[in-house]
Every structure is written in C-alpha cells, then in structure tokens.
Design a protein around this ligand. Structure first.
Ligand code: HEM
Length: 121
C-alpha cells in the first residue's frame, strides 16, 4: 500500500531542496528533478507543496514526462484532508524586487520630466 499524505503534510515540502507536488491525486517528490525540468525549475517550484494537476495537464506533457513522473511518485493525497495555503518566503523577496524595479522606473521617469522641463525653459 502506498503512503497517504494530507494537504498539510505536503504543504511543508515547499523548498527548492525539498519540494513535493500533487498531480491527479498522487504525490511526487520533485526536489531532484527541479534542475532537470525542460520547462525550468521556477515554474514547478512555484507550485511546490500544492496541487499542480491543472498546470501539468495544461502544458500537454509528453509520455516521456509521464514516465519521469512515475519515478518521482512517493505516495497519494489524502483526499479527505483540507487544502491549505502555501506561503513561500522566497516569493516575498521576488515580489519586493519587482516592486523595486517599478520604483526605479518611476524615479527615472520623474528625472526625465524634470530634465525635459529645464531643457525647454
Ligand atoms: C514532476 C512534474 C513534471 C514533470 C516530470 C515534467 C516534465 C517535463 C518534460 C519531460 C518536458 C519536456 C517536454 C515534454 O516531454 O512534454 C516538460 C516541459 C515543460 N513543462 Fe514540465 N514537468 C512537470 C511539471 C510541470 C509543471 C507543474 C509545469 C507548469 C506549471 C510544467 C511546465 C512545463 C513547460 C512550460 C514545458 C515546456 C518547455 C518548453 O517546451 O520550452 N511542467 N516538462
């Protein structure tokens, strides 16, 4: 019998070196596969600890992908358990970087406006 994990247990594995995902009710340990994923590590890591079924199926992965998946399987999802929100500290850094980028763009624009104003005086 295969091991059964709750959403809560799976959600704890949301780090790059310890990442699990759920696809169609099965649980996969993708920690070692992240670096090898042809679609990039980020895209799977974003879903670590969560259900990635829709994303996985949307891409239309090949039979090769399904074969790899089979090897990564570690158990099944306890469907009776409640889904939990997975919060990743890494995302916070990434978001603040993005905000930083927008701030720099706005400051740059303001500088340009000032320069334009003085040059046309
Ligand atoms: C453990 C789960 C996964 C495995 C084993 C896997 C495997 C693969 C493989 C073998 C490919 C090469 C193309 C193919 O054979 O279909 C691929 C491509 C891709 N995968 Fe995944 N994948 C997984 C999860 C995901 C998830 C969750 C996403 C989306 C959020 C995703 C997004 C993509 C994308 C966008 C490509 C296309 C890359 C390109 O052609 O440029 N994959 N994946």
């Amino acid at each position: 019998m295969s091991q059964v994990y709750s959403y809560q247990q799976i959600a704890e594995h949301n780090k790059p070196d310890d990442a699990w995902i759920i696809i169609e009710g099965k649980v996969y340990d993708v920690s070692k596969f992240l670096d090898e994923h042809p679609g990039g590590d980020e895209i799977i890591f974003e879903l670590a600890g969560q259900d990635a079924t829709e994303h996985f199926l949307d891409i239309g992965h090949s039979d090769d992908a399904l074969q790899i998946l089979r090897k990564l399987r570690i158990g099944e999802l306890d469907k009776e358990s409640k889904p939990v929100e997975v919060v990743k500290p890494v995302n916070v850094t990434r978001d603040s970087n993005e905000n930083g980028g927008i701030l720099v763009a706005i400051l740059g624009f303001i500088c340009l406006c000032i320069a334009y104003y003085y040059l046309n005086e």
